[in-house]
Design a protein around this ligand. Structure first.
Ligand SMILES: C[S@@+](CC[C@H](N)C(=O)[O-])C[C@H]1O[C@@H](n2cnc3c(N)ncnc32)[C@H](O)[C@@H]1O
Length: 294
């Protein structure tokens, strides 16, 4: 028996990967899109979700007012978040970093949708059943990655550095790390260990990007209206997110020799001429995007 609770793409934490894929699918339909992710719709088409997950903006219009607000504001935010981290990874790769690791990759299709320079090797870490679903869909589409791609099916509370090495990761090479849509799911001790392990695996020249949701969001997340809204995603995020004992990871990263920058998500949105409204807009008033170099 696996030591940690397992989920697939339509249960528990796994369902959140489908939710953010829906956000990207909806954003992809916009003329002024900040991300173009045609694979998101392919994943949604094959997943048998327990709640209506919209694939098109027309589907959103048919949902309840609460669900409409959730999906619309989610898509707006996902556009901003995707664009910011796409730019981070492309800057790192064009700057010569050829090893990329995406912990909690979920249905992230960056290996397929970004134009990587030659020589890039990208590692996707997530639970086994999430990666199995993803690869099944991509195989049936016959789509090919635009970089070397390695799957690492392991729980992030387990010995994932060993699994990453077994998959071909080289700690002697500079790496670009991306933790997007992950940190709230990790309890405080697991989050500290996560960054500690990344620091130990990061050669000089490595870079790191992470989305950080501050514990100040807690009253909002525990509000009954917010909990009702997240049920449109098929989960109760208040049950899945952890805030107890958490500090801004920037402090520990700085102590570990990283040069850290942090920008509020709303400031990034404004730079992209996108206003964040609705339930996700209020949530990500507590969200910052961290980038760091070593
Ligand atoms: C909100 S999704 C984000 C997925 C992806 N980063 C994106 O932005 O599209 C959260 C992902 O974190 C993964 N995840 C959360 N906790 C995990 C853990 N302990 N081990 C492995 N994966 C985990 C889930 O399986 C899911 O795919």
């Amino acid at each position: 028996m696996p030591e940690f609770e397992q989920w697939d793409i339509v249960t528990g934490v796994g369902l959140t990967a489908l939710g953010v894929a829906a956000g990207r699918a909806l954003e992809t339909e916009r003329a002024d899109r900040l991300v173009s992710d045609p694979w998101a719709d392919a994943f949604l088409a094959e997943a048998d979700a327990p709640v209506p997950v919209p694939r098109r903006r027309a589907d959103v219009a048919r949902l309840s007012a609460v669900a409409r607000d959730m999906w619309t504001s989610m898509a707006d935010y996902l556009g901003v978040r995707s664009q910011f981290f796409d730019r981070f990874l492309m800057t790192a790769a064009v700057g010569g970093i050829t090893q990329v690791v995406v912990p909690a990759a979920g249905l992230d299709a960056r290996a397929f949708r970004l134009e990587w320079p030659p020589g890039v090797e990208l590692f996707e870490i997530d639970q086994a059943r999430v990666l199995e679903f993803k690869d099944g869909v991509l195989d049936r589409l016959g789509t090919r990655p635009r970089c070397g791609r390695h799957l690492v099916p392991v729980d992030l509370r387990d010995d994932w550095p060993a699994a990453l090495r077994d998959a071909g990761f080289d700690p002697g090479r500079a790496t670009a790390w991306l933790a997007e849509g992950l940190l709230p799911f990790l309890p405080a001790a697991a989050e500290r260990l996560f960054f500690d392990r990344i620091s130990r695996l990061s050669a000089p020249g490595s870079r790191l990007a992470a989305e950080h949701l501050a514990p100040s969001v807690r009253p909002l997340v525990e509000d009954p209206a917010f909990r009702a809204a997240t049920r449109a995603l098929g989960v109760d995020l208040a049950d899945l997110w952890h805030f107890d004992g958490k500090a801004d990871p920037g402090g520990a990263l700085t102590a570990d020799g990283w040069d850290v920058r942090s920008v509020p998500a709303h400031q990034v949105a404004a730079a992209y001429r996108r206003e964040l409204h609705g339930v996700m807009g209020r949530t990500v008033e507590h969200s910052r995007f961290l980038t760091a170099e070593r």
